[in-house]
Design a protein around this ligand. Structure first.
Ligand SMILES: [Zn+2]
Ligand SMILES: [Zn+2]
Length: 257
């Protein structure tokens, strides 16, 4: 069994055929899904999707791209309130993205810290998105020793991976590990301990080879898991068992199986 630890099932790309998308994934052995919130005004829509399928869980959080819309006075209270839904198992995605800088960095930092505080209060893991912001991401996390979670769609270097692992975080690999130019990332994947890795699609984005450029979907978790098994020199079965185990250990509010 595999788990897609990060997908966006509410995005318009899945509006027409979400049932088929989930069915195709199940046929590929992907038996659970974590659909990730990127804007708080979509949280209830995502919770409704999670309610529809027993094996779909969800999160509450605002993407760093949208941080500017999420630095209002009551955002902490909104996170706490929206996380009361029984299918919510994590807080995010949150973090810092200085590559796109769609929101000013100070607002991204403020939003990120609010999410970290809420995750600690709720005892839920964080789903962290970080790009070109290694130092600030680590500095924010180091202010909160109780923070736990995952660096999703890991695309950083070995130093960031080591720092994340030292802080007790997990690292999640996406279809990027199949890309031709991703040798450095494959080194990171090789290095990361088996008991701290997850797999994800980040669908509808970032389809792995041979689907690059097409719509990504949770079924392709299997392609990333296969690549990870090749990189680590273990069987697909072992990757599936271990990453699934890791997922349920981290997202301990999910019901196993
Ligand atoms: Zn992300
Ligand atoms: Zn995402």
């Amino acid at each position: 069994m595999l788990v897609d630890s990060h997908c966006h099932l509410n995005f318009p790309e899945f509006k027409e055929d979400r049932d088929q998308v989930i069915k195709r994934a199940e046929e590929q052995g992907v038996k659970a899904f974590l659909t990730i919130n990127t804007r708080l005004d979509e949280a209830e829509e995502i919770q409704a999707i999670a309610d529809q399928y027993p094996n779909v869980y969800c999160t509450v959080g605002a993407h760093p791209h949208d941080a500017s819309d999420h630095v209002y006075k009551d955002v902490y209270d909104d996170l706490i309130r929206l996380a009361q839904h029984p299918k919510v198992v994590g807080i995010g995605e949150t973090g810092l993205d200085y590559y796109y800088n769609n929101s000013p960095s100070l607002e991204q930092i403020e939003s990120f810290k609010t999410h970290i505080r809420a995750s600690i209060e709720l005892r839920l893991p964080l789903i962290i998105h970080t790009r070109d912001a290694d130092a600030d991401t680590l500095a924010c996390l180091r202010e909160f020793p109780k923070a736990k979670g995952v660096f999703h769609c890991f695309s950083g270097g070995i130093d960031l991976a080591k720092a994340a692992l030292d802080l007790g975080f997990y690292v999640s690999f996406s279809g990027i590990i199949t890309f031709k130019k991703a040798d450095e990332l494959r080194e990171v994947a090789k290095f990361a301990p088996m008991d701290r890795v997850l797999v994800e699609t980040d669908s509808p984005f970032l389809a792995p080879i041979p689907h690059r450029g097409e719509r990504n979907e949770p079924a392709y978790t299997r392609i990333t898991a296969m690549k990870l098994s090749e990189i680590k020199g273990v069987s697909l079965e072992e990757i599936a068992t271990q990453t699934t185990h890791n997922f349920y250990r981290l997202f301990d509010r999910c019901k196993v199986g």
